[in-house]
Design a protein around this ligand. Structure first.
Ligand code: MN
Length: 129
């Protein structure tokens, strides 16, 4: 079991993604804003952040940059969830420091495969990125 932080402002999406992650056996914390998510990421220890990009106030890319700038969360894997993946979005998302991204509407098999990939990449003993 891994501990995952889900940052998503939309309650319905938060429930769908949250249920999906819980069914996969993970412990979950949820935040509906970037500020709340960053506070949780600094207060507790996580194995992965699932980060909605479109958030009210501080957006998910800015939040990821803030996590990357902090010593405690610098190496924490971030999986971005985008409302609509347009050409060029992927590059922008990876440049902000996210480790991967999936587009809404979420294909759950693909989503869980990305979650597993990033959790495995964060295991001790794996090569540093
Ligand atoms: Mn959103």
């Amino acid at each position: 079991m891994k501990k995952i932080l889900l940052v998503e402002d939309n309650a319905a999406n938060r429930k769908l993604l949250g249920d999906c992650l819980r069914r996969a056996g993970h412990e979950l914390r949820e935040a509906s804003t970037a500020d709340e998510g960053i506070a949780l990421a600094l207060a507790e220890t996580f194995d992965l952040v699932v980060m909605d990009i479109q958030l009210p106030g501080t957006d998910g890319l800015t939040a990821t940059r803030l996590l990357r700038a902090n010593d405690k969360t610098r190496g924490l894997p971030v999986l971005a969830v985008t409302a609509h993946a347009m050409r060029g979005d992927g590059k922008r998302i990876l440049e902000a420091g996210c480790d991967g991204y999936v587009a809404k509407p979420i294909a759950y098999k693909e989503f869980l495969a990305e979650v597993s990939r990033l959790l495995a990449a964060g295991e001790p003993g794996q090569a540093e990125k």
